[in-house]
Design a protein around this ligand. Structure first.
Ligand code: IPM
Ligand code: MN
Length: 354
């Protein structure tokens, strides 16, 4: 098969983890005789520096003509403390999601047995936790009408029935393939937009009689994630709630550097770690490349290449079992971004690891 992949390394640690993701991608493609065509594009602060635009049209066209995008991270400290900045790196990511119609962000939260002791939660609470958060990605406050002047500012949270229906559809499909339990997370006791979500979900639930649907307020869900993460199978929620809850959920696995995600919808899908650009670590070769490498696994699986995805996952598990980990997991470790990436690349290249 021919695979056209747009690689967008972005900012901070992005280029370092991207390089490891690409090495794994190349190695797996060569093992399975896929022809891999890579194109590199600019996004985020790197794109602002080069072109003034955080998501240049060249990058959009490159994404459109690809089968998938492998994205890394976005953000730069010089914009973080400047509330007056007119262009921000994050706008690049938002523009990419919006222009490709990527309304669903799939964020699986898994735990690895050998890392249970690294979780900030007690092992008996996290062991076996395995859920997916389906975060709505192109609506809500991120994209609603905004205003900012000297004395007042607002962001509006708008959802249409159509937007709610299509994200619930994605969530129900995941639930059908998993343990058939869907939790709709909202704030329907306060927010009108949440009440629309709840109404639409209640109308849709009878179409999925095998799925148990329940509703949970977002504040309660934030508590439940750390108190009883095994409760969840598939959770679906609006954009901002999903952003916050998935950062929270990501650390229970032992490191935020482990969680990949897929942004899917109408156009070319994007595969990316859920973590940010960690500018303080840029260039130090210490960032954990696993979230990026697991994004490569999700990329293969999304394209129907199950064996290729499984090989990447096996390699990641084997590296963790062998203690080949970056310092976020083991502060004593001498391994680096590139040495962990190299170990995994070697593993997937070795014909005896099928
Ligand atoms: C994420 C990130 C982005 C978001 C930022 C960088 C715009 O935090 O992918 O979760 O808020 O969606
Ligand atoms: Mn986030």
């Amino acid at each position: 098969m021919e695979l056209k992949i747009a690689v967008l390394p972005g900012d901070g640690i992005g280029p370092e983890i991207s390089a490891q993701g690409v090495n794994v991608l190349k190695a797996v493609c060569s093992r399975f005789n896929h022809e891999l065509l890579l194109e590199y594009g600019l996004v985020g602060a790197a794109a602002i520096d080069a072109t003034g635009n955080p998501f240049p049209d060249d990058t959009l066209q490159m994404c459109r003509r690809s089968d998938a995008v492998l994205f890394s991270a976005i953000g730069h400290p010089k914009y973080d403390n400047d509330p007056t900045a007119k262009v921000r790196p994050e706008q690049g990511l938002l523009a990419m999601r919006k222009s490709l119609g990527l309304y669903a962000n799939v964020r699986p939260v898994e735990t690895f047995k050998c890392l249970l002791h690294k979780s900030p939660l007690r092992a008996e609470i996290v062991e076996g936790a395995d859920f997916v958060c389906i975060r709505e990605l192109t609506g809500g406050m991120y994209f609603g009408k905004k205003h900012q002047d000297e004395n007042e500012a607002y962001d509006t949270c708008i959802y249409s029935r159509h937007e709610v229906e299509r994200i619930l559809r994605v969530a129900y499909e995941y639930a059908c393939r998993r343990r058939r339990h869907l939790t709709v997370v909202d704030k329907a006791n306060v927010l009108a937009s949440s009440r629309l979500w709840r109404k639409v979900a209640q109308e849709m639930a009878p179409q999925y009689p095998d799925v148990e649907t329940d509703f949970m307020y977002v504040d309660n869900a934030a508590m439940r994630i750390i108190q009883d993460p095994r409760f969840f199978d598939v959770m679906v929620t609006e954009n901002t709630f999903g952003d916050i809850l998935t950062d929270e959920a990501s650390v229970i696995s032992g490191s935020m550097g482990l969680l990949p995600s897929a942004s899917i919808g109408e156009g070319t899908p994007v595969f990316e770690p859920i973590h940010g650009s960690w500018p303080q670590a840029a260039g130090l070769n210490i960032a954990n490349p696993l979230a990026q490498i697991l994004s490569v696994a999700m990329l293969f699986e999304h394209l129907g290449l199950e064996k290729e995805g499984a090989l990447v996952r096996n390699a990641v598990s084997a590296s963790l079992d062998a203690g080949i980990v970056t310092p976020d997991i083991d502060p004593e470790s001498k391994e680096t971004t590139s040495s962990v990436g190299q170990w995994i690349t070697d593993y997937v290249s070795n014909p005896s690891n099928c």
